[in-house]
Design a protein around this ligand. Structure first.
Ligand SMILES: [Zn+2]
Ligand SMILES: [Zn+2]
Length: 92
């Protein structure tokens, strides 16, 4: 299996991301690396996800996420930067 966002093989930990946030009735999920999942939620709010980023293509085209993908591509599948966590924890 590969991560839908960065397209690298998934590591030991896999997280499910709702393309349309659960709060908006979304059911379809995609498998992501924890770090990729965190990036989505630190960059976009549920409302923004529902309005304009409910597809992987839209997410990958987002400026900041595109930049993140370029950066994370060089990392190992289980790589996780603790600094990514601080903001995300409250937002989930
Ligand atoms: Zn990924
Ligand atoms: Zn998610």
């Amino acid at each position: 299996m590969i991560c839908s966002l960065c397209r690298r093989p998934l590591g030991a930990k896999v997280e499910a991301h709702h393309l349309i946030p659960k709060t908006f009735g979304g059911r379809e999920t995609v498998a992501l690396h924890p770090i990729c999942h965190r990036k989505i939620h630190t960059t976009l709010t549920d409302r923004e996800l529902q309005r304009g980023y409910a597809t992987i293509e839209a997410l990958r085209a987002h400026r900041e996420i595109a930049r993140f993908i370029c950066w994370v591509e060089t990392k190992d599948a289980d790589f996780y930067a603790p600094t990514f966590d601080s903001k995300a924890r409250r937002k989930r």
